[in-house]
Structures are given as structure tokens and as C-alpha cells.
Design a binder for this molecule. Sequence first.
Ligand SMILES: Nc1ncnc2c1ncn2[C@@H]1O[C@H](COP(=O)(O)OP(=O)(O)OP(=O)(O)O)[C@@H](O)[C@H]1O
Ligand SMILES: [Mg+2]
Length: 329
Amino acid sequence: MSKAEEQKLIRGIYDEIDDNSPDDNSVTQQDDSYMIRCENLVKIYKTDEVEVVALQGLDLDVKRGELMAIVGNSGSGKSTLLNMLGGLDKPSAGSLLVDGKNLLKFTDKDYMQYKRDTVGFVWQNNARNLVPYLSAVQNVELPMLLKGKKQRRARALELLEKVGLSHRKNSRLDQMSGGEQQRVAIAIALANDPKLLLADEPTGSVDTKTSNMILDIFKDLNQTERLTIVIVTHDIKLSKRIDRVVAIRDGRTSSEIIRKKSYAQELDELGELAGDISETHEELVVLDRSGRLQLPKDYMEQLGIKGGDKVKVELDEESGKMFLFRSGE
Ligand SMILES: Nc1ncnc2c1ncn2[C@@H]1O[C@H](COP(=O)(O)OP(=O)(O)OP(=O)(O)O)[C@@H](O)[C@H]1O
Ligand SMILES: [Mg+2]
């Protein structure tokens, strides 16, 4: 696809989005309470044969010091979004501010500094940031070495302690279990004191016990260091333990689930976690900035409607409710 064709495709997406939101909603306005402000984000991947619109005008705001999760079907754009947030890839259009920095205006050098100083990344397949023949502590020291940081050993040991691995500090990575390696990967991601930690399926290949332990580490880091954390997960058990869960569908934010009570409060009351996610969380459909909403797929199926259909909307002012009908009913 040529540059001109790409611009045309992006314009098409924006025509569809028809962004008539007022200026004061724009994320280009600075607000220091947000770590992430993402508006109308578009990412198009092009290969010789196909072009995939992986993000089609996605909106997402994350406050500083928040720990939240992103869920969604395979191919919905979760990793694409995380890669944009992590500065591993460049958005095609839209606006994206992280820590007050406008990533769409970044030069290659800005990206390099951003990856070194602002974000830490944890992947499902941690082979990407681990060196198998080095010990745990050497692995954690490595990013600090590249940055020329002082007192590397002391900081590496402190981080290994945070992830509960002090006793394995001198073990070679290839002599550790998958869950232990994942915890080393978290320590590595923290080595340069990032402000934002991004984790793509961090518990994808570990058992429930290890998965809980990893989330406990994230929660502790979030609370003690006020680290902002975004976790992409398929793990429903894990998402039940997170207060804010945003679902994305077809490259857009489709719904948001917010805990009715904080997890800590609930544990106090229940003693343990049990039951269906709807008992603990309230699912909300998100309006985009122009007031459009994406209906849950199963509701549409039940009503027998599909995308492109016309439906009737009625407002009952008295009850403050809105009703949706198949046309003709
Ligand atoms: N580098 C790439 N080149 C071309 N297409 C890509 C590339 N990366 C992702 N895509 C496409 O973009 C869409 C979104 O992919 P993405 O990896 O973000 O999904 P995901 O939600 O992370 O899925 P999963 O849960 O399976 O990891 C998919 O259709 C995918 O095929
Ligand atoms: Mg993915």
C-alpha cells in the first residue's frame, strides 16, 4: 500500500468515526493525572498481499497509579495496543500520550529513550528478554549495564527479593522453572525504574498458583511504588482479581468492567473468592467520544440484529432509561 493509499484508508476510518467531539475532550490537552491518554488510535499493518486494520479508532485512558487489565478475543488488537504503548511500533494515526509525551511525534531517538526510561515490558514468552546461560542476578543487571546505571548489583538483588527469588539469585535461567523465569522477567522489566509496566499475557503459560503469585507481585508494585500497570490477559480468574477490566473488540474499546467493591473489601467479607464474574463486577458498555456505543454481541444475537441494521431507540425520561427495538416493533 502506498503512503497515499494508507492516508485514504485512515481518512475512511475517521469518516466512519465522524469525530465531532468538542475540543475540550481532546487528549492533546495536558492532564497530569493520566499516565495514558489514547484517542481514536489507528494501526494498519500492511504486507504485500493484505492490509489489516488492527486498531480502528481506539479510546483508552489510564490514570497514574492504576492497575488495569485488557481482555478481548484473539485478533482483537490487544498486543497491537500494548506494542504502541510500549513504543515498539508506531501508530498509523490518532493521538497517544503516555506520561505526557506525544508518541506520534516521536523521533527514533525519542523512542529509544522512552523504551529505556519510561516503560517496562513483560511477555508471555519471556525468552525475549532473558539470557539463558546467565544467572538470575546477571540477567536483572543487564539492562542497567546498558543504561550505565550505578549500584547495579544491589538494585538487582532488591528486585529479585521483590519477586520472591532471592534464594535463586545465582541460578542459571535455564535451570529455573517457567514461573520462576517469568518472575525474573518482571524484575528485568523493573530494572530501569519504569513509570509504566506493560504485561502481555504474563500468566499465559503458568499454573493458577503461579499466576496468582505474579498478580500479587504486580499488586504489590502498584501499591508500594505507585507503578501504573496494564495487563493483557485471557485468564478470567486473573481478571476477576483486577478492579478495572477493559474489553476490546475489532480494534476498539467495547466495554468496561468495574468491580462493584474493591477486591480487598470483598476478600474481607467472603474469606475467599467464589462465584461468577457478574457477582463481583459490573459490565459497562463504553460510549466513544462522539456518544456512539458498541452493543454486546450476545445482546445483538438475542435481538436478532446485526451491524448495519437500523434499530429504534426510545428514551423514557421518567425512569432515565433508554430502550432499543428491532425496527418495526
Ligand atoms: N506485524 C503484523 N503484521 C500484519 N498483521 C498483524 C501484525 N500484528 C498483528 N497483526 C494483525 O492485527 C490484528 C490484531 O492482532 P493482535 O496481535 O493485536 O491481536 P491480539 O488481540 O493480541 O490477539 P491474541 O489474543 O491472539 O494475542 C490481527 O488480525 C493480526 O493478524
Ligand atoms: Mg496478543
